[in-house]
Design a protein around this ligand. Structure first.
Ligand SMILES: Cc1cc2nc3c(=O)[nH]c(=O)nc-3n(C[C@H](O)[C@H](O)[C@H](O)COP(=O)(O)O)c2cc1C
Length: 200
């Protein structure tokens, strides 16, 4: 059994994968969204606390609703994509600790003596849901889909429209589909190893 991915798999996940602004007219099934979740859920989060909560906007109604809350030319990207995922984060993620991390009292690490979130809670939600968003992107690529991540939107408005009455807040969104090469420019520069890394 191979111990590393094939060149083709590395191209699919990294070297030839792009962030798409538009997609060809080919639907994405709920089964594919489930495949994405069933891969991304294995990506590590601190104390296995899984803060990410995903809303898959599949219906035209939900995509239109979301598209009105994004900035500039992100609007048509959301409206026209087969799916747009809202990667949210449960700010009270620690309430699930007894189930997700039963080996220790992980809830107590994130709440103060009054049961309110402490200073570690919000950064932990942001850090780990961002990681999970990255796992979502890589999982989508692994099952043959393309993505278009975006942070250009009104977070408070998206929270009100999709997460009202919950402890969930939006982190970023990503379109999903079969990328249309006509909608992207040439790859932007990527720094060399020596440029942005140090071996200490
Ligand atoms: C968290 C995040 C937020 C982004 N926000 C936007 C955005 O609001 N609008 C947009 O057009 N592209 C956005 N992008 C896309 C990036 O510009 C793109 O991923 C980057 O230039 C690399 O492009 P490539 O994957 O095609 O090489 C975002 C990407 C990420 C990961």
């Amino acid at each position: 059994m191979a111990e590393t991915l094939s060149e083709q798999a590395l191209d699919l996940l990294f070297r030839k994968a792009r962030s798409y602004n538009g997609y060809i007219d080919k639907p994405v099934s709920e089964d594919q969204l489930r495949q994405i979740w069933d891969l991304m859920k294995f990506g590590p989060t601190s104390a296995n606390l899984f803060p990410a909560r995903i809303v898959w906007c599949v219906s035209q109604e939900s995509k239109d609703r979301l598209s009105k809350l994004v900035s500039g030319n992100n609007e048509e990207k959301v409206r026209n994509a087969p799916v747009t995922a809202i990667i949210g984060m449960d700010m009270a993620f620690y309430d699930h600790a007894p189930k997700l991390f039963p080996v220790a009292d992980a809830r107590s690490w994130f709440v103060d003596e009054n049961g309110e979130p402490n200073a570690m809670a919000a950064p932990t939600a942001m850090r780990n849901s961002s990681l999970q968003g990255a796992y979502l992107i890589m999982a989508a690529r692994a099952v043959g889909l393309d993505t278009g991540p975006m942070s250009g939107f009104d977070n408070a408005a998206v929270d009100a429209a999709f997460f009202a009455g919950t402890t969930i807040k939006s982190n970023f969104i990503s379109t999903l589909g079969y990328g249309d090469p006509a909608t992207i420019f040439e790859r932007l520069p990527r720094p060399a190893f020596e440029e942005f890394t140090t071996v200490a």
